[in-house]
Design a protein around this ligand. Structure first.
Ligand SMILES: NC(=O)c1ccc[n+]([C@@H]2O[C@H](COP(=O)([O-])OP(=O)(O)OC[C@H]3O[C@@H](n4cnc5c(N)ncnc54)[C@H](O)[C@@H]3O)[C@@H](O)[C@H]2O)c1
Ligand SMILES: [Zn+2]
Ligand SMILES: [Zn+2]
Length: 365
């Protein structure tokens, strides 16, 4: 099959057509990819801030059509339209048993670029190819566990629905699942990309009264206001922490780092009130470390929490995000600012790096 392959970090991707994908095993389905978004985590993999295991197919924000069901698949059939989750929970492990679906022990591939058993099911004549960010969807087809493929109505446009797979699950989930935000709350968001804008939309849905967005890009600040931010800050001109404190008096109830750096995690902690919650959504390089004053953390009862894919559980959260979109309460069409063929993947990565547009979706078939 055809795929976009990253050979080594910092190099352009190569579009090739000699990739082999193994047939689905028990409980798995093979999906023809229709569309796949370009997320900053793909950029981090391609530019080297995430580790690369070898030749890798990135792409983890996808939607498509089921073309083959492995043995034992019960709930999906050939022809079903599906949105894919890059973090499908198995429902059986010790974490799933405690309801911690987003850290399922069998959904480790975001870090390993392989299935839990170490296989990737992807190869080419000279050896194995890795399954980037647990999906490898910048390709004609993928194989996924059935619990990671959520059926949607066949009338829905898959080139829009695909952004639910990462940006929207992550951003809205960080607000409604991880934090969570309550009606009347004050929320501050650092970073207004596809993820940060989804945090803003989640905050609107949750009934936040004040939504402050800090982003150095004037275009992104304008978009944030359009999606429901009540205030925007240019961190190059003003201190967002001071702005949040002057607006709220005590600090924000919830602060979200949706850009990904240790410095922003420290800002998020400084921006929340005593008893408030700082949520880490942005993915910094693995070696980044933030400083936390332990005594201050104790006396202020501030909470610092990680949020992987919005603490979402795909079978529950993807249908509810689709329902909100169909009810006109979640703007997914506005998130997708450009569509490009798979062959233009490098131009799409350049646009993301430069902050041009919001989300580009690669049209695969
Ligand atoms: N936790 C998860 O499960 C998860 C899922 C998806 C993406 N991510 C991560 O979330 C982050 C955002 O992804 P995206 O696709 O929206 O990226 P993006 O590149 O579209 O947006 C990032 C935004 O952050 C802004 N920014 C940069 N420096 C800033 C600063 N100092 N203060 C405020 N804003 C700043 C940029 O101008 C840009 O608008 C990335 O780190 C990505 O890897 C995490
Ligand atoms: Zn992503
Ligand atoms: Zn599990």
């Amino acid at each position: 099959m055809r795929a976009a392959v990253l050979e080594s970090t910092g190099t352009p991707l190569r579009i090739v057509d000699d990739i082999s994908l193994e047939a689905p095993r028990t409980g798995e389905v093979r999906v023809r990819i229709v569309a796949c978004g370009v997320c900053h985590s793909d950029l981090s993999l391609c530019r080297g801030s995430f580790p690369l295991m070898g030749p890798t197919i990135p792409g983890h924000e996808a939607a498509g059509v089921v073309v083959e069901c492995g043995p034992g698949v019960g709930d999906l059939a050939v022809g079903d339209h599906v949105v894919l989750s890059p973090a499908p929970a198995c429902g059986r492990c010790a974490y799933c048993a405690k309801g911690a679906f987003s850290v399922c022990a069998n959904s480790v591939g975001i870090a390993t670029s392989s299935f839990p058993d170490g296989s990737t099911r992807l190869s080419r004549p000279d050896g194995i190819v890795h399954r980037g960010l647990n999906l490898a969807a910048w390709a004609d087809e993928v194989v996924v566990p059935e619990q990671g493929a959520i059926r949607v109505h066949p009338d829905l446009p898959l080139d829009v629905a695909c952004v639910i797979g990462c940006a929207v699950q992550t951003g809205v989930g960080a607000v409604v699942n991880t934090a969570p935000v309550h009606p009347g709350d004050a929320v501050v968001v650092f970073g207004a990309g596809g993820v940060g804008i989804s945090v803003v939309q989640g905050a609107v849905l949750a009934g936040a009264a004040t939504i402050v967005v800090s982003d150095p890009s004037p275009d992104r600040r304008a978009l944030a206001l359009r999606f429901g931010a009540t205030h925007v800050v240019d961190p190059a001109a003003d201190d967002p922490v001071a702005v949040v404190h002057s607006l709220t008096g005590i600090g924000a109830d919830v602060a979200v780092d949706a850009a990904g750096s240790a410095a922003l995690v420290e800002q998020a902690l400084a921006a929340v009130r005593s008893g408030g919650t700082a949520v880490m959504v942005g993915a910094p390089p693995a070696e980044d470390e933030a400083r936390v004053g332990v005594a201050a953390a104790l006396f202020t009862e501030k909470r610092l929490v990680g949020s992987l894919l919005g603490s979402c559980w795909a079978p529950r959260d993807i249908p509810r995000l689709v329902d909100l979109w169909q009810a006109g309460r979640l703007d997914l069409d506005g998130l997708v600012t450009r569509r490009r063929p798979l062959e233009e993947v490098d131009a799409a990565l350049d646009d993301l790096e430069a902050g041009r547009g919001l989300r580009t979706v690669l049209m695969v078939s």
